[in-house]
Design a protein around this ligand. Structure first.
Ligand SMILES: [Zn+2]
Length: 410
């Protein structure tokens, strides 16, 4: 027998932002719900409505909201195992949804984000529980809305029961005299980054981050902090905030993207620019800075924080230090055998490089779109070499930076 224990008939008018959050009382909610892809999917139903159905191995608390510009539908769960589910299997033509992503948002929390081709708001939302099997079926219908109504109903709900987009991860303040390296493995969780041959940028970069931490700690006398230590989504803003909280002396973001055009290959080190210098770089910057949109978490107003005269002054001092760090990495990685990009030093407007007072670089250790680079990055022996080169670069930069600053002080 199927018991319907949560049904919402939504009246969206006047709700801003719209949110459905429900603790399912009387139901065992511990553990992870698995998605059955064969019995899940998105399809068009009567009167141009779109219906989404997720078949889960058990009931879990969930919430639904929409985000505008671009229009997205977001479902948060506690907690769903997506293994074996492919986005393409869930999607159908002409549903008003042309893209879907899912994964871990924060430990214990899962998220599904659907890209809407036109403004649509949730109508009926419900989770039905099968008493015999314990299975749960989440159904949700979407109805066309006019753009103004959609915009008014959209936004990240401010409820404290649910994870916020910028997790305030507790971090012990680090004593000032310690040298702190913050390593930022790109992407994570619901945002996989580039994907090739069953490998994902988010997991490869986590691996390299662990290896680089090892190498730096072995080099001695450094504290190393990672912006994430598992496959979770971390917003761009939180990555930068963590660097500040840790008292970072430098910030290194690790990536290995895929670029369809231009045949990009080889390691490339980026520092911050106001304007991206060429189209490939602009494309890459747009990709990275979209990470939070991909995950459904918006970086609203983050650019406002990095304006202001004081920050500009700090940046004037930091800029040449970031450049020197980038040059040291180009040198050290080339000495370790590279291979380097034909123009290994570049500038781009990446959001994670916008700390005014922390020398920051973004390293594309290679491109997953290059066969050669992909072979290297998946090869532990190559990684050992390149990571050792990066650690030597950082140690060398530290010495010359200290000497330089003492000179300035005299
Ligand atoms: Zn990336």
């Amino acid at each position: 027998m199927i018991r319907i224990f949560v049904v919402f008939i939504a009246l969206w008018a006047g709700l801003s932002p719209a949110v459905f959050a429900q603790a399912l009382s009387g139901v065992a909610l511990s553990g992870v719900a698995r998605v059955d892809p064969a019995r899940s999917g998105i399809e068009q139903t009567w009167l141009g409505r779109t219906s989404l159905r997720l078949h889960l191995s058990q009931g879990v608390p969930f919430r639904v909201f929409t985000l505008d510009d671009p229009a997205r539908l977001v479902l948060d769960f506690r907690e769903v195992d997506w293994s074996g589910v492919r986005a393409a299997d869930l999607l159908a033509e002409e549903t008003g949804i042309d893209g879907i992503r899912f994964g871990t948002f924060q430990p214990g929390w899962s998220r599904l984000v659907a890209d809407l081709t036109r403004p649509m708001l949730p109508g009926d939302i419900g989770m039905a529980l099968d008493d015999a099997t314990g299975d749960a079926i989440l159904t949700l219908s979407l109805e066309a809305a006019d753009p103004q109504a959609f915009a008014a109903a959209s936004g990240v709900p401010e409820d404290t029961l649910w994870p916020q987009p910028q997790p305030d991860m507790p971090q012990a303040p680090v004593a000032d005299d310690r040298f702190v390296v913050v390593i930022d493995p790109g992407h994570g969780g619901v945002d996989p980054g580039a994907e090739r041959e069953g490998l994902s940028e988010k997991l490869l970069m986590l691996e390299i981050a662990f290896e680089l931490r090892e190498a730096l700690i072995r080099a001695g006398d450094m504290d190393v902090v990672l912006t994430r230590e598992s496959d979770v989504f971390v917003s761009l803003q939180s990555r930068v905030a963590q660097a500040h909280r840790a008292g970072a002396d430098l910030f290194v973001s690790l990536h290995a993207d895929a670029l369809s055009q231009g045949g990009a290959e080889g390691a490339t080190i980026y520092t911050l620019s106001d304007e991206a210098s060429d189209t490939a770089t602009a494309h890459l910057a747009a990709r990275h800075n979209r990470a939070d949109i991909i995950a459904g978490a918006d970086l609203t107003g983050s650019d406002d924080e990095v304006t202001g005269v004081l920050l500009d002054l700090a940046r004037q001092e930091t800029e040449p230090r970031s450049m020197a760090l980038a040059q040291a990495l180009v040198q050290g990685m080339a000495d370790a055998g590279g291979p380097m990009n034909n123009r290994p030093l570049r500038q781009a407007g990446f959001s994670v490089l916008k700390s005014a007072d922390i020398p920051s670089v973004l390293v594309e250790v290679g491109f997953l779109s290059s066969k050669r680079d992909l072979e290297n990055i998946r090869n532990p022996a190559w990684r050992r070499k390149i990571v050792a080169g990066m650690a030597r670069s950082i140690a060398a930069w530290r010495l010359s930076d200290q000497a330089q600053r003492e000179l300035v002080r005299q």
